[in-house]
Write a new protein. Structure first.
Lengths: 572, 139
């Protein structure tokens, strides 16, 4: 294992597996255990062609377990022999040995045995590799070498994995030769398995697994703590005490490799780097029913659950995105869970980007790392799309409220004025007064129909109308007040106009016809509205300043009195 | 001889010792233990709870005829002590500071590892590598 592991730096990927198998073959045939030796033409394994289906691999854990016990200890001995041969303790070797040691007459049993060992995805890869060498060895040698039996349970474990590997795709062996000889490369099935495991720990694929959770999880693998510590060191690239999906995959991969006998590398292999893994993770996930010796939860079940959850939430999430920005890491994680689309990677990434963009924009301090996700353009687009809609309604409302009265009056008066043939009041200031007076006369019912008519003329009218309509119920009392005020103000001036306005209602039907005047009215109305608003603002400001002035006066008085009290002292 | 690095927790037992070369470790143990008194003195002298790089770096604890001892304490009272050869005059204060900073950073990285329990001996290979490379530079 070390040889192929050392070369591979990683877990037992298929390539590594093949190499391991080849090494075994080489060892069996008496070649020195070196990587170079496998470059030679080794006799092809004589395994019966096994399917390379990952399903096959996965599907036979039960069998494997059952057969496991059949592995004779003799195999262990042989393994140890092999090991001495290679000068290194190599667990994959031992598993390989075991099948070989088993009676040669039953190659089929070999195949069975490997299959019966349940392990992880990676194991299946291992099996493949081991399978080939086994065959080779088997065909070339029937070694019943001295076995020291050093390896106790461990080799048995290794055997199991190896057996499994044996049963697995022998066919792949040749192809694996061409595979990137990288035991540290994560295969698709392995990746899926890791992702499922990740999901079992942390439903949100795009969030972190905390250190303690990961610790418990990896401790189940029964690796010694220092090794787990080292694995963590290697995989937690940004040293934030938490694992993202790529980091987790790398860590899991390392654990699996270690369990299969590969020595841990000193540095994280390239193929396990988060960036690499992230880029490679752009593939749809398989729905593999993997037996996991680690987690108890069913990945499949979780998957479906997650699917439904994410589906439901996704729709909610998008509108809630602005609201979601915030909180701590946990909240983000939850939000992320909502956003993860398990079905398709594109969707996933879309949401991811949305989410990550949201997160990034939130400037979460809890996020130590910067996600290397793709652009935030989607997020920006979404944000922009969401933001603009919200502001406009508000001003309108306020607008309408503030100027509802004015609008009503303006509309009425303008229309009425037009109808009555009045000259359009030149300065904006004037119309309000007559309009005010006019509104006094018409009933509120008239106001409504008038306002309804006005909007038909233009956007502004419509918006104003809406505002007016909206504001009408709340503004009715205000209107009345204003009216009374206006009345008080305007009565002297309006008296002549009142008569006119009284006749105006009768002329309402003519309103719609006069569009030019309506435009003028509109302009005037807007001007009037603005002026009224400005007036209101200034009035408010004035009152506030008056209050401040009073307070300052009080303070001044207080200080002066204090001064008076102190003066006699200083004078003395 | 060459620089020696010690990492000690508040309980004042070494979590990590690395010296280049590796002989004479016992002498360095003794040196570091005696320097701990100076470290404690400086810590208590500080008084206020200022979180400042300068406060963390204790500087030259005391020079002897053969070597100089530098100290650095973290906010959690984990002490880093470095012993360097007196003949190594090329080492400036800045360099010592940067070395301590690197030590501190590596130490926090170790802390992030959930499998590491504070108080354990430091067995991180990354830490080893960092310390080794750092000390190699000084030699």
């Amino acid at each position: 294992t070390e040889v192929c592991g050392a070369k591979r730096v990683g877990y037992f990927g298929p390539a590594q597996f093949y190499i391991a198998l080849k090494l075994i073959a080489a060892a069996q045939s008496g070649f020195p255990v070196r990587i170079e030796s496998i470059k030679n033409e080794l006799p092809l394994p004589r395994f019966t062609a096994l399917k390379n289906d990952s399903e096959v691999r996965y599907g036979t854990p039960a069998e494997l377990h059952g057969v496991k016990f059949q592995v004779p200890h003799a195999t262990l001995e042989k393994i140890s022999y092999k090991r001495t041969d290679e000068g290194d303790k190599q667990e994959p070797e031992s598993p390989l040995m075991s099948p070989i040691c088993s009676p040669p007459a039953s190659p089929s049993t070999y195949q069975r045995i490997p299959l019966s060992y349940g392990y992880g995805k990676s194991r299946s890869g291992l099996e493949q590799q081991h399978g080939a060498p086994y065959e080779v060895r088997h065909s070339t040698h029937q070694q019943d070498g001295p076995l020291s039996g050093n390896y106790g349970a461990k080799p048995a474990l290794a055997c199991s994995t190896v057996n499994r590997s044996l049963s697995v795709e022998r066919e792949q062996q040749d192809s694996s030769a061409h595979y990137s000889d990288d035991p540290w490369r994560i295969t698709e099935e392995q990746r899926d398995y890791y992702i499922n495991q990740f999901r079992s720990l942390q439903p949100d694929l795009k969030s972190f697994i905390s250190g303690s959770v990961a610790k418990n999880f990896f401790t189940k693998s029964k690796l010694p703590i220092p090794e787990l510590s080292h694995i963590w060191e290697l995989s937690d690239v940004d040293c934030d005490g938490a694992l993202t999906l790529p980091e987790f995959c790398a860590a899991f991969h390392l654990v699996v490799a270690r369990k299969n006998g590969y020595q841990l590398p000193e540095t994280l292999p390239e193929t396990l780097l988060p960036e690499y893994l992230q880029a490679a993770s752009l593939k749809p996930m398989h729905d593999c029913a993997l037996f996991d010796s680690y987690s108890e939860s069913l990945p499949g079940g979780q998957q479906t659950r997650d699917f439904s959850r994410t589906e439901v939430r996704r729709s909610e999430e998008v509108p809630d995105k602005p609201a979601m920005l915030q909180d701590g890491k946990k909240d983000d994680k939850q939000a992320l869970t909502v956003s993860t689309a398990l079905k398709t990677i594109p969707k996933e990434f879309q949401h991811l980007t949305v989410k990550t963009a949201a997160q990034e924009s939130n400037v979460l301090k809890a996020r130590p790392r910067s996600r290397s996700y793709s652009s935030t353009s989607i997020e920006d687009a979404m944000k922009k799309g969401e933001e603009p809609p919200t502001p406009p309604p508000r001003p309108q409302k306020s607008h309408s409220r503030a100027s509802s009265l004015d609008l009503n009056k303006i509309f009425q008066q303008n229309t009425q004025a037009v109808r009555s043939g009045w000259l359009p009041p030149p300065p904006p200031a004037l119309p309000p007064r007559p309009s005010v007076s006019q509104t006094e006369q018409p009933s509120e019912v008239e106001l409504h129909p008038q306002m309804n008519r006005v909007p038909s003329q233009a956007e502004e009218n419509s918006s104003a109308k809406k505002e007016v309509v909206l504001a009408q119920p709340p503004s009715k009392p205000a209107r009345r007040k204003l009216r009374t005020e206006a009345q008080g103000l305007e009565t002297p001036e309006l008296s002549p106009t009142i008569n006119v306005t009284s006749s105006v209602p009768a002329v309402k039907p003519h309103l719609p016809v006069q569009k030019q005047s309506s435009k003028q009215k509109r302009a005037i109305q807007t001007a009037i509205r603005k002026n009224k608003e400005a007036n209101a603002v200034l009035a408010r400001l004035n009152s506030e300043l008056q209050q401040q002035l009073k307070e300052v006066h009080k303070e001044r008085i207080a200080l002066e009195t204090q001064l008076e009290q102190l003066r006699p002292v200083t004078v003395l | 001889s060459e620089p020696v690095s010690f990492v000690l927790p508040p309980q004042n037992y070494p979590l990590y010792i690395r010296s280049i070369p590796t002989e004479n470790e016992l002498k360095f143990h003794y040196t570091v233990h005696t320097s701990l008194d100076v470290v404690d003195e400086k810590i208590s002298a500080m008084g206020k709870a200022l979180v400042d790089q300068r406060e963390l770096y204790l500087g030259l604890l005391y020079p002897t005829e053969d070597y100089k001892v530098y100290g650095y304490v973290t906010n959690s009272k984990v002490k880093f002590v470095m012993v360097v050869d007196s003949s190594n005059t090329a080492l400036r204060d800045n360099e010592i500071r940067s070395m301590f900073r690197k030590l501190h950073n590596s130490y926090t990285d170790i802390m992030c590892n959930p499998f590491y329990n504070p108080g354990d001996r430091i067995q991180s290979r990354a830490f080893d590598n960092m310390v080794n490379s750092m000390m190699m530079q000084v030699c």
